[in-house]
Design a protein around this ligand. Structure first.
Ligand code: ADP
Length: 253
């Protein structure tokens, strides 16, 4: 499966200038994608366009060659194929308990109760949430809330998982657990695209990295290709991963 974004433009209602400007990129199945760029470069806006929450003012989004339509039915199908996990789990969690929160999306899709029960039980187990099934969502830790927000999306079995800053504000243990969870999701066949400032993580994890600047893709390539472009990264005010810095300083000395 391929998702193509062709010459996408998006301008917020209160803004004079497009936030996403002539952006083109392709996502292929079976890959781990990183999206990096400074604050305000348009990463979150792009993820919301990719998930169908926002509609481009110009340009086309295609899945396997077929343009995305914005009628209710097409969007419902799109949300199932392309899931988005927000940076702030509070924006995503809607129900009182963990179990109710997991069933919410499936109920909205009109899935029969028996299947909902089965899928909730499997997802609770996969995401290590079984013991918290009846726990109030409000009292979960941030790490648990992020885990539940990902589980809420994965229960719909999307082909592509988009995540906005998934490691932000996590402590090292929670970060490690989340990375392990993402690896498991990827191994089970879901393509992942995540926006992050965690360059050390993305350098080691991603197959392909997109660098955003002022609403466009300024650079893309394998982690090695991207982080070799030191002059361009400096112009974009982006750092390089610690691992590469250490390697360079050993060679220089
Ligand atoms: P990033 O995720 O890379 O930090 P965003 O997509 O959040 O970038 O923001 C890109 C630009 O769009 C910023 O200048 C931001 O202020 C603006 N922006 C984001 N959300 C809104 C909004 N709801 N209304 C108006 N402008 C917005």
């Amino acid at each position: 499966m391929i998702i193509e974004f062709e010459k996408i433009f998006y301008t917020y209602a209160c803004s004079q200038k497009p936030t996403i400007e002539n952006l083109s990129l392709q996502l292929h199945g079976g890959k781990r994608y990183g999206l990096i760029g400074n604050n305000g470069s348009g990463k979150t806006t792009f993820l919301r366009l990719a998930n169908g929450l926002y509609r481009p003012h110009h340009g086309l989004i295609r899945i396997s060659g077929k343009p995305l339509n914005y009628d209710r039915q097409s969007l419902k199908e799109w949300y199932q194929q392309v899931g988005l996990v927000f940076q702030d789990p509070e924006q995503q969690l809607v129900a009182t308990t963990v179990e109710e929160d997991l069933s919410y999306g499936l109920c909205n899709l009109g899935i029969p109760n028996i299947e909902i029960e089965q899928r909730v039980a499997i997802t609770l187990k996969d995401f290590n949430l079984t013991e918290l099934a009846h726990f109030p969502v409000n009292y979960l830790s941030l790490g648990q809330k992020k885990r539940l927000a990902i589980a809420d999306v994965m229960i719909l079995k999307p082909k592509i998982l988009l995540l906005d800053e998934p490691t932000a504000y996590l402590d090292p243990k929670q970060r490690k657990e989340l990375i392990k969870q993402l690896e498991q999701i990827f191994k089970e066949g879901t393509t992942i695209l995540l926006a992050t400032h965690d360059l050390d993580f993305i350098y080691r994890w991603a197959d392909w990295i997109f660098v955003m600047d002022r609403g466009k893709i300024a650079l893309e390539g394998t982690p090695k290709q991207v982080f070799e472009q030191k002059i361009l990264l400096e112009q974009l005010d982006l750092d390089i991963p610690l691992e590469l810095k250490l390697r360079t300083s050993i060679i220089d000395n």
